[in-house]
Design a protein around this ligand. Structure first.
Ligand code: 4AD
Ligand code: MG
Length: 478
């Protein structure tokens, strides 16, 4: 039986008073043939196990190498050394799994994040990644806690769908048809009637449309699941498979939507600070070290903890898209032609523009509202001006867009009209349109990109380092 072991996090919280315990974990380092730094992933802190000289077999000691797994029984005593409050003086050591020191890719030294990405199957065993993924867990838990406390229903929307919720055509097809010789119609096109679902299907890009159906019965729902986008964006902010949280609320307008999004973001950040302080402090330290490599003007003005506190204690700036464009056009950056892409009303802001607004101009998260309808999805509520829609994007320092949302078009004719203009086939979305036929109500919702949120909280610069096994163009290892 293994379950009598104590986890290192729980043990380190105790006072050392000669208690006899069993621990299990992986060797991080083994110094002077005597001191084992043991880690079991419950905390970033290692337990110092002392193998007293002369007490253990040479053959056994040779097998205590970085990466090996051990079961250790011993006595907990106050540590004589600096840096830890307790030692576990080993009575017995059992090697559960050997790790050939010559072959184990993780050496007890600093590895680059790029290298660790190539061995993502082992990178959880590093300080940085174990901290990131504990924080990710806490944030995920906080998401559920926040919505549960507010009485939202967690709705599991489908992964395989026949619709394109965003209308952007960035979908991965799901099919069982043979590639070499698919059944064809008379005109040569592929006959999807013969496919598994009797129609063409794809992985979902968003659970929103189904989420809206739920909101029309439960009032408030949220989804939290994987979404897939076949966009060929090789950036530090894009994944082909990412997790999204999408709340959808009946009887909400754009302002209610903004208020909820801001409260939500602050809640989960606070929850992580309250519950993962050590990991966050470690990551803050890591970021400061990393930024020392950069020229002074490229370094963050605030440390990670400071930044998170700042976000908690300040209101997000709220501006319209039109105001944002004016700020950009009047900016020194624009006048000095520092932007690569031109700025004028109607553009889809590039990340350089978003970053200017957030990092240079306001220096805090910004909610931009009322975007031009032509750069936003078909379901957004049309404003009276005929040009804009009740959209909202939240832009975060260092990340750019972290949330996209809107009040939805609840008026059937307006929605049908917009779908026709944008060539969205109404016949395929008959079920979506039904919500506007039977008891339609003003409603709104948003999507938070979970990995971008984890990046924001952990300070990790590349989105591939906050999801366990990233899927990006030309990369689907592990
Ligand atoms: O702005 P998006 O495309 O909005 C929607 O999907 C809406 N259906 C949401 C809603 O209103 N219910 O995506 C929402 C968020 C973005 O703000 C971004 O944080 C994240 O999802 N996101 C991505 N994250 C990682 N990789 C990608 N390729 C992403 N695309 C969007
Ligand atoms: Mg968006």
């Amino acid at each position: 039986m293994f379950n009598t072991r104590v986890k290192i996090k729980a043990l380190l919280a105790q006072e050392p008073q000669n208690q006899e315990v069993t621990v299990m974990g992986w060797v991080r380092t083994f110094r002077n043939n005597q001191f084992i730094a043991l880690n079991d992933g419950s905390t970033g802190n290692n337990l110092q196990v002392v193998a007293e000289l002369g007490k253990f077999d040479e053959e056994l000691l040779k097998r205590i190498t970085t990466g090996a797994s051990l079961k250790v029984k011993g006595t907990v005593v106050p540590s004589l050394g600096k840096g830890q409050k307790m030692d576990l003086v080993a009575q017995s050591i059992e090697v559960l799994g050997d790790s050939d020191a010559e072959k184990f890719p993780l050496q007890p030294k600093k590895h680059s994040l790029e290298f660790l990405r190539e061995i993502a199957h082992l990178r959880f065993r590093t300080n940085t990644f174990s901290a990131v993924f504990r924080v990710r867990h806490t944030l995920a838990f906080a998401v559920h806690k926040f919505f549960h406390e507010k009485g939202f229903v967690y709705l599991h929307t489908p992964i395989i769908t026949a619709s394109d919720a965003e209308g952007a055509g960035e979908m991965f097809r799901v099919t069982t048809l043979p590639f070499d010789n698919p059944p064809r119609n008379e005109d040569g096109s592929i006959n999807f009637k013969e496919d598994f679902f009797g129609r063409s299907t794809n992985l979902t890009v968003s659970g929103q449309l189904e989420g809206e159906l739920g909101a029309m019965a439960f009032s408030d729902i949220y989804t939290f699941g994987p979404t897939f986008r076949a966009e060929n964006s090789n950036t530090t902010r894009h994944l082909a498979e990412f997790w999204m949280i999408e709340p959808e609320m009946a009887f909400y307008d754009l302002e209610d939507n903004m208020n909820l999004a801001e409260e939500f973001i602050k809640y989960i950040i606070k929850y992580a600070i309250d519950n993962n302080k050590e990991d966050l402090e470690f990551l803050a330290q890591r970021l400061t070290e990393e930024e020392k490599q950069l020229p002074q003007d490229k370094r963050s003005e605030m440390g990670l903890m400071e930044k998170l506190d700042f976000v908690l204690n300040n209101n997000f700036e709220r501006i319209t898209y039109t105001e944002a464009i004016e700020i950009l056009i009047n900016s020194p950056a624009y006048k000095k032609k520092k932007f690569q892409y031109d700025v004028k009303w109607g553009i889809d802001m590039q990340s350089e523009h978003e970053r200017y607004l957030v990092e240079k101009h306001f220096k805090k998260p910004v909610i931009v509202t009322n975007y031009p309808k032509d750069i936003k999805a078909f379901y957004m509520r049309q404003n009276e001006d005929g040009k804009t829609v009740a959209a909202m994007d939240i832009l975060a320092p260092g990340i750019g867009e972290i949330v996209g949302g809107s009040q939805r078009e609840e008026r059937l004719e307006k929605l049908e009209e917009r779908m026709a203009q944008m060539h969205i086939p109404a016949s395929e979305l008959w079920w979506y349109l039904d919500t506007r036929r039977f008891g339609s109500v003003p409603h709104a919702g948003f999507g938070l990109g979970f990995e971008r949120m984890v990046q924001f909280v952990t300070g990790m610069g590349n989105i591939r380092d906050v999801i366990a096994f990233p899927r990006t163009p030309k990369s689907a290892e592990f």
